[in-house]
Design a protein around this ligand. Structure first.
Ligand SMILES: *[C@@H]1O[C@H](CO)[C@@H](O)[C@H](O)[C@H]1NC(C)=O
Length: 480
């Protein structure tokens, strides 16, 4: 260990500023071992830190003497001492000038030495720290001082060539993690010092495409991407709202049609239609429909050519047929709280939230009987009748919003925190809920609507005037 340390220090000396002052020799002793010796300049030379003390003292003493002399000479002048004739004046003057000159020279020299001393002390400290660091780490086998052992290299136990120090591994390795999974199988990385093993652990933590992803079937939500902003509402009515695309569109509207309702106001009836996302982004609706009943909150959805929404100040659900522009069905959602009885944590009369997924139309709400816990009901999309209900054990007013994917409800913890999580999921197939922690971003810090769109395989959200979408990743398809 001491030997390695010595080598490290040698390498350091050779690389550092001290290069021109230190010398290193290598030789073989009789037992075939290498011997390394190095020298540094003699302590009497000014460049060595140890010389600072005594030599400085000497200089100071000489300076003091000179100062005494100078002051005596100048003082003598003033008082006009006996024996100092007029003829002696120029000589004295000369001596004085010389003395002052010498003094200044010495002063300069002293300052230079002091600076040099400081520099050396700093370097000593740096080297001490470097040594400390090196002591905690094995010496790189490929420093110029030690030639690589050919037998080691041949056996593949060496690190990949072209990498010169442990530090450079730490810096270059993470950059490679994303671009190819084959580098993870690089055989040169199989044999590793402790540094490498740490590094490998780090690399394998990065999620890599694993083949379990299935972009056509159902699965559990794995992750939610960063929000993409499509449009910012241009007035206060659009602070909250709902926007959606029909996953199973019906003529005359195609699958690209985007629908939007700004939901601030006491008489929300305007339904804007845009040809596609691009037109939404530009803010050019191709259709504006005036609904026959006012809409409450942000729970509306579109499905198979109908807009479904909760009628204001009621538990009445309405199916509005987009083609005929008329109400096709209306029905009360039994016992559902409304108008601020069981909203999500952000309030806003979000008592009844409608959702569409692969399995059809859903309502998420609560009832007195459920005492504020989230109730999920599957609805008949034609008649709005409840087909089946599930009662979860999570209180509706503790979560910011919910959405349903493949029959599973997901709850978002916060509507304001820019970095929050989806912290709860409930599976209607097994009637089981569980805690999860899937990161979710509220970019604009006031997320009032989140819905899954199964055609786009995205989440659509309305975050503080902004219509945003999120890519999602679902896990392995389940057998069903
Ligand atoms: C989810 O987060 C909300 C808000 O922080 C909290 O009230 C609720 O208890 C959490 N739910 C679970 C299942 O952790």
């Amino acid at each position: 260990m001491f030997f390695l340390l010595l080598l490290c220090i040698c390498g350091l000396l050779l690389r550092g500023d001290a290069q021109d002052r230190a010398a290193l020799w290598r030789g073989n002793d009789r037992s075939g071992r290498c011997q390394y010796t190095f020298t540094v300049p003699s302590p009497v030379e000014a460049s060595c830190p140890q010389t600072g003390g005594p030599e400085m003292e000497g200089l100071k003493a000489r300076l003091s003497l000179l100062e005494v002399l100078v002051s005596r000479l100048t003082g003598g002048d003033a008082r006009g001492p006996q024996g100092a004739g007029a003829g002696a004046q120029p000589e004295l003057q000369e001596a004085l000038t010389r003395a002052v000159g010498e003094r200044n020279l010495l002063q300069g020299e002293k300052e230079r030495l002091e600076r040099e001393l400081e520099g050396l002390q700093r370097r000593m400290e740096e080297m001490r720290r470097e040594t400390e660091k090196l002591r905690n780490r094995p010496c790189p086998p490929q420093t110029p001082v030690v030639p690589p052992n050919p037998s080691l290299q041949g056996s593949g136990l060496m690190r990949p060539a072209g990498v010169s120090s442990p530090m450079s591994h730490l810096m270059t390795r993470p950059n490679r993690q994303g671009d190819s999974s084959s580098s993870l199988r690089d055989s040169a990385w199989q044999y590793a010092s402790p540094d490498f093993q740490e590094l490998k652990a780090e690399v394998t933590e990065v999620p890599a495409p694993d083949g379990s992803e299935d972009n056509t079937g159902c699965g559990e939500l794995v992750s939610v991407g960063a929000p993409i902003t499509h449009r910012k509402a241009d007035n206060i009515e659009g602070k909250y709202g709902v926007w959606m695309q029909d996953p199973e569109s019906v003529s005359p509207y195609g699958p690209n049609m985007v629908w939007r309702i700004d939901t601030i106001g006491s008489d929300v009836r305007k339904l804007f239609g845009y040809e596609d996302m691009n037109q939404l982004s530009k803010g050019f609706p191709s259709k504006v429909l005036l609904l026959p009943e006012p809409v409450e909150s942000t729970g509306a959805t579109v499905y198979r050519g109908s807009l479904y929404f909760q009628r204001r100040r009621s538990r009445t659900l309405i199916r509005y047929d987009l083609a005929s522009e008329s109400i096709a069905a209306r029905r009360d959602l039994p016992h559902a709280g409304f108008h601020g009885q069981y909203p999500y944590s952000w309030g806003g009369y979000t008592d009844i939230d409608l959702a569409v997924d692969e399995q059809g139309l859903w309502a998420v709400y609560s009832t007195n009987k459920a005492k504020g816990a989230i109730v999920i009901s599957q609805l008949d999309p034609h008649s709005l009748e409840v087909k089946k209900s599930w009662e979860t054990n999570i209180r509706k007013n503790t979560v910011a919003n919910t959405f349903i994917i493949c029959g599973k409800l997901y709850a978002v913890a916060s509507y304001t925190a820019p970095d929050t999580i989806i912290n709860y999921t409930y599976d209607t197939e097994t009637s089981q809920g569980k805690a999860v922690a899937i990161p979710f971003r509220n970019k604009y810090r006031y997320n009032s609507m989140i819905d899954y769109n199964l055609a786009q395989r995205k989440l659509f959200a309305w975050d503080n005037f902004h219509m945003v979408s999120y890519d999602i990743r679902l896990g392995r398809q389940q057998a069903n």
